[in-house]
Design a protein around this ligand. Structure first.
Ligand code: 13P
Length: 343
C-alpha cells in the first residue's frame, strides 16, 4: 500500500458518521462474557456470536470497519465464506488486533506493558494476505497512587510507536490505542492530566519512529471520572475535558480519533460521543467510535446464545450502531432510543 492508500484507508475508517466495531476480544475475554450469561464458549459459539454482528442487515450504513482477532479472521461463517470476506463483501474493511496483551511490567508493581513486537512483521504480512486493512494495539495505563510511573508510560508509548511503524511498512493502518483505565476513585481532573501526559509521550514516540500521522488513527479513552469517584462529571464536563485534552495533545495531521468505550454503559458512551461532536470550536480530526462492550452488550443480552434470538440480537445491535452513527455527527437525540427502525 502506498502512503496515499494508507491515508485514504485511515480517512475512510473515521468518515461519514460511521465508526468501528471492536470485536477483537481474545478467546479468554469473550469466553468470560459468554459464560457470565451461561453461554458455553466453543469455537462454534464464538463464531455464531461474531456472525450475528457481521450479518446484521443494513449494518454497513453505520460501520466503517470491524476489528477481528486471530481466531475470528481464520474462521468461516455458517454459510461457508470466511468471516473476513463476509465483511469485505459489504464494503466493511476487516482489521486485526495484533498485540499479545498487557503483561506485568518488571520493576513496576501493578503496571503493565503490552507485548507482541517479536515476529510482528511476519504476522502483519500474513494478516494482510488474509484481507486485513488495518490493525490495533492496546496499551493499558492504570491511575493510582504514584501511577502511572514514567517507566510504564514511556515503555508503552515506545511499543505503540514500534508497532505503528511496522504496520505502515506492511500497508496496514495502525490504530494506536493508549487506554487510561476508568478504574479508581480519582476525579476527572486527574484523568485529564494523565491522559494528556500519555498522549504527549505517545506522539513523541510516534515522531521518533517516523510514523506518518496522516496514515494512522488514535483510539483514546474519553476524559472521565474514575468509576468509584463520588463526584461523577456531567456529560458536558466530560465532553469539554475530552476535547480540551485532545486539542492540546493530538496533531491536526491525524485524520481520526476513534474512542473506546472502556466500561461506560452503551447509552452513556453514545451521549458522550454526541456531546463531544456538538461542542463549538476547532475539531481538526473526525471524532467517532470504536466501541467493544458499548456496541455489543445489548445484543449479547438479547441473543443469549439461542438461534431463535438471532433477530432480537441483530435488532439491538442495529439500534445501538444507528445511535452511535448519529452521535458521530452530533445528531443523536434520546428520542432515537425508543424509535424502532429496522433495516
Ligand atoms: P471497549 O469499547 O469495550 O473498551 O473496547 C474497545 C477496545 O477495542 C478495547 O481494546
Amino acid at each position: 500500500m502506498t502512503t496515499t492508500e494508507l491515508e485514504t484507508t485511515a480517512r475512510a475508517l473515521a468518515a461519514g458518521g460511521k465508526g468501528i466495531l471492536a470485536a477483537d476480544e481474545t478467546v479468554s475475554t469473550v469466553s468470560k462474557r459468554l459464560e457470565a450469561l451461561r453461554i458455553e464458549s466453543t469455537a462454534d459459539s464464538r463464531r455464531a456470536y461474531r456472525e450475528m454482528f457481521f450479518t446484521t442487515p443494513g449494518i454497513a450504513e453505520f460501520l466503517s470497519g470491524v476489528i477481528l482477532q486471530d481466531e475470528t479472521i481464520r474462521q468461516r461463517s455458517s454459510k461457508g465464506p470466511r468471516l473476513a470476506d463476509v465483511l469485505a463483501q459489504q464494503g466493511i474493511p476487516p482489521g486485526i488486533k495484533v498485540d499479545h496483551g498487557a503483561k506485568p511490567l518488571a520493576g513496576s508493581p501493578g503496571e503493565t506493558i503490552t507485548e507482541g513486537l517479536d515476529a510482528l512483521r511476519d504476522r502483519l504480512e500474513e494478516y494482510r494476505a488474509m484481507g486485513a486493512r488495518f490493525a490495533k494495539w492496546r496499551a493499558v495505563i492504570a491511575i493510582g497512587d504514584k501511577r502511572p510511573s514514567p517507566a510504564c508510560v514511556s515503555a508503552n508509548a515506545h511499543a505503540l510507536a514500534r508497532y505503528a511503524a511496522l504496520c505502515q511498512e506492511e500497508g496496514l493502518v495502525p490504530i494506536v490505542e493508549p487506554e487510561v483505565l476508568m478504574d479508581g476513585s480519582h476525579p476527572i481532573e486527574r484523568c485529564e492530566e494523565v491522559t494528556g501526559d500519555v498522549l504527549h509521550a505517545v506522539f513523541d514516540a510516534l515522531f521518533d519512529q517516523r510514523v506518518s500521522l496522516e496514515g494512522m488513527l488514535l483510539k483514546p479513552n474519553m476524559v472521565i471520572s474514575g468509576k468509584e469517584c463520588a463526584r461523577q462529571a456531567s456529560i458536558d464536563d466530560v465532553a469539554q475535558a475530552t476535547l480540551r485534552c485532545l486539542r492540546r495533545h493530538v496533531p491536526a495531521a491525524v485524520p481520526g480519533i476513534v474512542f473506546l468505550s472502556g466500561g461506560q454503559s452503551p447509552v452513556l458512551a453514545t451521549e458522550h460521543l454526541n456531546a463531544i461532536n456538538r461542542l463549538e470550536g476547532p475539531k481538526p480530526w473526525k471524532l467517532t467510535f470504536s466501541y467493544g462492550r458499548a456496541l455489543q452488550d445489548e445484543a449479547l443480552q438479547a441473543w443469549l446464545g439461542k438461534r431463535e434470538n438471532l433477530d432480537a440480537g441483530q435488532q439491538a445491535f442495529y439500534q445501538r450502531a444507528r445511535c452511535n452513527s448519529a452521535a458521530a455527527l452530533g445528531q443523536y437525540t434520546s428520542a432515537m432510543e425508543v424509535e424502532r427502525v429496522i433495516a
